[in-house]
Design a protein. Structure first.
Lengths: 159, 675
């Protein structure tokens, strides 16, 4: 088992080393996907097949050819067109709540679930202790041999 | 004939009110005659809704343009399949489809439960009848599909070209079957609370209905994605449109419910949780209906503003408050029959799976309502589109994928260190070896790589499950490999059907991995000119017009070659359609009919835009979409898995017969004391 774990660790190290590689070249769709079309069609700019969409994508294409990066083009479009064209809220100010809330809810739910499950499991074990201390158990006693057999069968089937 | 349809609709509305009242009074007073009358009324309502629907179809097929609805959604040139599906092309017809599904399901449920669940049935009938009453009332008072025109037109306006696609006769019915299907476990849950019969009988009785509903909602979403891919002409399949979100949310919560009921069946735990999940699932289906019909959110799917929004919202609130109110009332009786043995157990893993599914559903809901929240609180208009959903849902989706692999590996009750080591080692090894190979091959996209690692992991867990099960059968029964494998599935249909469905889900994730590697080339070409997209060379051969009745098609012949070898790979014919007059409120824009050359490796996707004058050149948008075919193939795998999971099982039948017999005996014991 240790050898297998060592193999896994080596592979993980190899993966992490391999990931430190150059980013892919910027595509029109990468930038256009950050905006909605400005003609009121409400489509994502990357998907709008109307002349307005083609025109804006052409503009983005020109900026990429000029050598601008994604962030620069997005900033330029925000200033020269409108912030309302952004396909997603910006990660600042009140809009930050849009991004944080889902993760906060899942995190809070996870913490709550862990607490409830822990309490539930410890209650169960506490109950078992009580039973062990009790001279007259209310539950019918189970034959040890029978219990061992069940455990062995559960183990056999990987439960 | 249309008058018959209208009267059938009005009668269905009135009689469903009667069915509700009789069922509730019958149950409260324990009067069998009233209960039977309520059931007969509900059966009659189902029959009337079938009659009403048949008369609308008749009006479509006989081109009865005196009906406003038929005039708006069909014309004389419409083929019979699209005439059939024009039924649900508009708001009123789609409501009738919803009511029709409800009516038919009510008939089936009543007939299925003539000799069982007799204590639950009056309440089930009442709940389903209330739903029918709501939908028929909407049609009678607000969105009547049988409204007559003031004059008799020669021809109809025709069906919106976007709806003239095979998706039209698959996507809405499958989605509605899913929506309405979840009404059955919802009705049984309400019945269980109303009667205080809070054992898992209601869950076991509706297990197949739940899988049925879940499967059709899955299929509805998948066919919708396929339709978007081939018809909307933007090269993608899921745009996080509000209406897509509306059907995705109940799917997510329904999936959580489908998993957590297993814990109640096995251990008698999570009673409140399961009730809550089915209530949320059902109310989300109503919310979906509201989003589509209220006109408050712009979407390619929405019907024009109909005034139905407030009523749908009212019904949504009624179901939400009513169901949770009843749940709170019964809380003291909803105690678990057993406790959790350990936090490291399959039960816990299932609950975390539930948490993630609900978390994604919440994120989708939050994204859908955030523009209203923002405008109301800070007065700023914002758009919440694909970038938000992608960034929020991808990490949660990966967590879900991870748990999909973990759940089968952790033991029920309590997982020992030995159990974890034994079950996790090989899947981890497989996933890291697979990832190592991918990195060595040059894969550098972190999101895709992480997804693939998890895909390898989950796939390995499933293969391991099949392998261990097959080997155990071989040892115990002395069967050959194939026989042992087939028997393993056949004797544990639910479990292994579920694993096959998981394989389908993995295939969907696999298809999604292709997203970041999408390649897009946009160029204007004259006939004879070429463009290069990835490994393909595309030659624009020629362009021609093809006049048809009420529309003009402009087609392009395009040849595809391997860019390295020069070998001809095939040809495609994308086109643009120009309609004279488009019905259904569509604007007068040309319609794109994309052409796709699909392989398991990638799709070569063509969007063609001819110049409006002269037809001398054309714009081509060519996309290379990797792994797309796996997405559609996943639908077939999931269908296969679902068929296995719901296939009748003798052992389950016997168990259910014993449960029903116990229930009947208890009831008989109770009757003299109550009397």
């Amino acid at each position: 088992v240790k050898r297998k774990l060592a193999v896994i660790s080596l592979l993980a190290a190899f993966l992490l080393h391999g990931l430190a590689a150059p980013a892919l070249a910027l595509k029109v769709g990468d930038v256009a996907g950050e905006f909605i079309c400005n003609c009121g069609c409400n489509k994502n700019l990357a998907h709008c097949d109307m002349p307005c969409g083609e025109e804006l994508r052409g503009f983005i294409k020109d900026q990429i050819r000029k050598g601008l990066g994604k962030e620069q083009i997005v900033q330029y479009m925000k200033v020269n067109f409108s912030q309302a064209l952004l396909a997603a809220p910006e990660k600042k100010g009140f809009n930050l709540t849009a991004w944080i809330t889902p993760f906060a809810v899942v995190f809070a739910g996870g913490v709550l679930m862990l607490k409830v499950l822990s309490a539930w499991a410890s209650k169960r074990h506490g109950g078992e202790d009580d039973d062990d201390n009790n001279d007259t158990p209310t539950k019918p006693s189970v034959d040890k041999e029978y219990n061992d057999r069940i455990e062995a069968e559960l183990k056999e089937f990987g439960w | 004939m249309s008058m018959i349809g209208y009267f059938a609709l009005v009668s269905a509305m009135v009689i469903s009110a009667y069915a509700t009242a009789m069922s509730v009074y019958g149950a409260r007073l324990n009067r069998k005659a009233l209960i039977a009358s309520g059931e007969r009324a509900a059966l009659a309502v189902g029959g009337l809704l079938i009659l009403s629907s048949a008369s609308l179809w008749y009006a479509f097929f006989t081109r009865d343009f005196s009906l406003d609805y038929v005039y708006n959604y069909s014309d004389r040139t419409l083929g019979w399949l699209y005439t059939l599906s024009a039924f649900w092309a508009g708001n009123a017809g789609s409501l009738l489809l919803w009511a029709l599904c409800l009516g038919i399901f009510t008939i089936i449920i009543i007939l299925q439960n003539q000799h069982k669940n007799r204590d639950l049935m009056p309440w089930v009938t009442a709940v389903l009848s209330v739903c029918i009453l709501f939908f028929t009332s909407l049609m009678v008072f607000i969105a009547n599909p049988f409204v007559r025109m003031a004059f008799l037109p020669e021809d109809g306006r025709g069906l919106n070209p976007m709806l003239q696609n095979p998706g039209m006769y698959l996507h809405p019915p499958t989605t509605y079957l899913g929506y309405v299907g979840f009404g059955i476990p919802f009705a049984f849950a309400i019945a269980a609370l109303a009667t205080g019969r809070l054992s898992d009988v209601w869950i076991r009785t509706t297990r197949r209905w739940t899988i049925f509903a879940w499967f059709f909602l899955t299929l509805g979403n998948l066919v919708g994605a396929w339709w978007a891919y081939y018809t909307l002409g933007w090269g993608g399949y899921w745009g996080w449109d509000p209406v897509e979100n509306a059907s995705f949310m109940p799917w997510l919560v329904g999936t959580a419910y489908l998993h957590s009921i297993m814990i109640q069946e096995k251990k008698g735990m999570l009673k409140i949780w399961n009730m809550s999940l089915i209530f949320i699932t059902f109310t989300l289906t109503i919310l979906g209906g509201m989003i589509t019909r209220s006109g408050i959110i712009n979407s390619v799917h929405t019907f024009s503003q109909s005034g139905l929004g407030p009523y749908m919202f009212g019904f949504f609130l009624l179901t939400l408050v009513g169901s949770f109110g009843l749940l709170i009332y019964r809380l003291p009786q909803l105690k678990s029959e057993s406790e959790l043995d350990s936090i490291i157990s399959r039960e816990s893993a299932f609950l975390f799976n539930n948490l993630i599914l609900l978390g994604i559903a919440f994120a989708v809901l939050w994204g859908t309502v955030f523009p209203f929240v923002s405008e109301a609180l800070v007065g700023a208009k914002v758009t919440v589109g694909a970038p938000f959903y992608d960034q929020v849902s991808v990490p949660l989706g990966l967590a879900l994928l991870f748990l999909m692999g973990v759940c089968p590996l952790i033991a029920w009750r309590r997982a020992s260190g030995e159990n974890l080591q034994r079950n996790f080692l090989y899947p981890l090894l497989v996933s890291f070896v697979g990832a190592g190979i991918l990195v060595a091959q040059g894969m550098r996209q972190i999101g895709a790589l992480l997804t693939l690692i998890l895909i390898f992991f989950v796939l390995a867990t499933i293969v391991l499950e099949f392998y261990r099960g097959t080997m155990a059968r071989r040892r115990m029964a002395g069967e050959g490999y194939l026989t042992a494998f087939v028997n393993l599935i056949w004797k544990n249909k639910r479990r292994y059907g579920g694993y096959i469905i998981h394989i389908g889900v993995i295939m969907m994730f696999f298809a999604a991995v292709g997203g970041p590697f999408k390649l897009e080339v946009e160029e204007t070409l004259r006939p004879g000119e070429t463009l290069v997209a990835g490994n393909y060379k595309v030659v624009f051969d020629r362009m021609w017009e093809q006049p048809q009745e009420k529309k003009l098609n402009v087609l392009a012949a395009v040849s595809i070659f391997d860019n390295k070898t020069g070998k001809r790979l095939g040809s495609v014919t994308p086109r643009k359609e120009y309609y004279e007059d488009m019905g259904g409120g569509a604007s007068n824009q040309p319609w794109t009919r994309v052409a796709v050359r699909a392989t398991f490796k990638e799709d070569l996707y063509f969007i063609f835009s001819p110049d409006e004058q002269g037809r001398e050149m054309a714009g081509f948008k060519v996309l290379v979409n990797p792994l797309m075919r796996w997405m559609w193939l996943a639908g077939f795998v999931m269908t296969f898995g679902t068929i296995i999971a719901v296939w009748p099982d003798e052992g389950e039948k016997r168990r259910m017969a014993m449960i029903y017999a116990k229930g009947t005996a208890k009831q008989k014991e109770r009757v003299p004391s109550e009397a």
